[in-house]
Design a binder for this molecule. Structure first.
Ligand code: ADP
Length: 423
């Protein structure tokens, strides 16, 4: 043993203390040895000085070894305790070990070898025990820390799930409110449109040109407002997952051409050409014709709205794997590259200012995107500023087997996000 050990010998017998001292010196133990003759001085010494090991006589005048060990351990004095017992004290030795002695040795067996061996052994055991106790303490502390963190996390999780429930409820309520309001507003709006149209058709001379101009404005604004209400109603239905597809077998070429014919007057007003290239070998598809028409109306009216000169081309064609394609291209203002990924978000408009030139809610493309998703189709856009844009839709020829489905969670999240951002 190279280190210098601080050793305390507690024994009232001077001869026995000397025997221990001699044996340790002979064994070559480097040490600072202190000696006391009774238990009370031993306790005082151990309270003041930190020893590496204590040799303790079992039979002290003021206290027996067992009570002394219990006292030391109860006072949290941690030191290897080697008890020197009389001959035949084996039963006592067991009690001593139970009470916290590190080892014991019969006084009759004291020699340099036995003492050095029991010292070495006791130091090893004590250090190992200390390390284990330290590791256990650290483990207990990190367990406690983990338990507290877990509690915090659980509290946060509960808070978040509560907020989620509230958010979902609020979002559902909002969608219901929007749907009810739009529905309630549509009825009077239809009356305004219907009656202004009837008055416009009246041949009587009761109306001056000024009156007719006013009636035309009521009619036009009513129609714009109705489109807006329909878009908001559709959007809120899509958002709450209440929009269902009603698949039927129909002729896609006919629906595309009829829709183009309906919007032709808008194109004519701007002197734009609209050409349909029908390359479908089999025009029959199974899908929701009303919703397919709605997709084409939205894309075509955008193409007309955002084009000042030139024209619009609509191409319908067959695709492999029983799919069909509808491409709507225009020679309009185009869309900046940075906006291309975002224009399908609800309320997203390239020009977000209130003084913008082109009217609209910013919901058209979000509705188109969600509808195409529900049809398990795909929509992409390519565009070049001041050159024009191409919106390409790919749809399965048959959507009949599709169960009406809600738009997926990601799309819903993106809709809700962009809705919140836009406010
Ligand atoms: P809006 O009601 O504004 O037309 P949409 O959702 O239909 O809303 O379109 C979103 C935005 O995408 C438009 O405001 C416009 O900036 C851009 N956009 C859509 N279609 C075209 C197009 N054919 N050419 C240029 N920009 C377009």
């Amino acid at each position: 043993m190279q280190e210098t050990l601080k050793i305390l010998v507690v024994d009232d017998d001077e001869v026995d203390r000397m025997a221990v001292r001699r044996a340790l010196t002979k064994a070559g133990v480097q040490m600072e040895l202190s000696e006391v003759g009774d238990a009370s001085r031993a306790i005082a010494a151990l309270k003041n000085i930190s020893y590496d090991c204590v040799f303790l006589d079992y039979g002290l005048p003021d206290l027996d070894g067992l009570t002394l060990i219990k006292t030391l351990r109860s006072q949290e004095i941690k030191v290897p305790l080697i008890v020197l017992t009389g001959q035949g004290d084996d039963q006592i030795a067991v009690e001593l070990m139970k009470a916290g002695a590190t080892d014991y040795l019969s006084k009759s067996r004291i020699s340099s070898e036995t003492l050095a061996q029991v010292l070495r052994q006791s130091l090893r055991v004590f250090r190992a025990e200390t390390q284990v106790a330290l590791a256990n303490k650290q483990l207990r502390e990190s367990n406690e820390l983990l338990r507290r963190k877990n509690q915090e996390l659980e509290a946060q999780r509960q808070k978040i799930s509560l907020q989620n429930i509230k958010l979902l409820e609020a979002s559902k309520l909002k969608s219901q409110f929007v749907a009810t309001m739009s529905h309630e507003l549509r009825t009077p709006m239809n009356a305004i449109i219907g009656f202004s149209q009837m008055l416009l058709r009246t041949k009587s001379n009761e109306f001056t040109d000024k009156h007719r101009d006013m009636l035309q404005r009521i009619f036009n604004n009513g129609k714009n407002l109705l489109t807006l209400l329909n878009e908001i109603l559709d959007f809120s239905k899509l958002e709450s997952g209440n929009l269902e597809l009603k698949p039927e077998r129909f002729n896609l070429s006919n629906v595309v051409k009829a829709t183009v014919a309906e919007l032709h007057s808008l194109a004519l007003e701007k002197k734009l050409s609209v050409v349909v290239h029908d390359e479908l070998k089999d025009p029959m598809v199974i899908n929701d014709s009303v919703r397919v028409r709605q997709i084409i109306v939205n894309l075509l009216s955008n193409a007309i709205k955002f084009t000042e000169s030139g024209g619009i081309q609509i191409e319908i064609s067959d695709l492999p794997e029983d799919r069909v394609a509808i491409a709507i291209s225009d020679s309009g203002i185009g869309i900046p590259r940075a906006e291309l990924d975002r224009i399908f978000e609800a309320f997203r408009q390239v020009d977000q200012t209130t003084t913008r030139k082109y009217q609209g809610t910013g919901l058209g493309l979000a509705i188109v995107h969600s509808l195409v998703q529900m049809m398990l189709g795909k929509i992409t856009v390519e565009s070049e500023l001041d050159r024009g844009s191409v919106f390409l839709i790919e749809l399965p020829r048959q959507t009949s087997s599709l169960i009406p489905q809600k738009i997926d969670a990601k799309a819903q999240e993106s809709i809700i996000n962009s809705y919140q951002k836009s406010r």
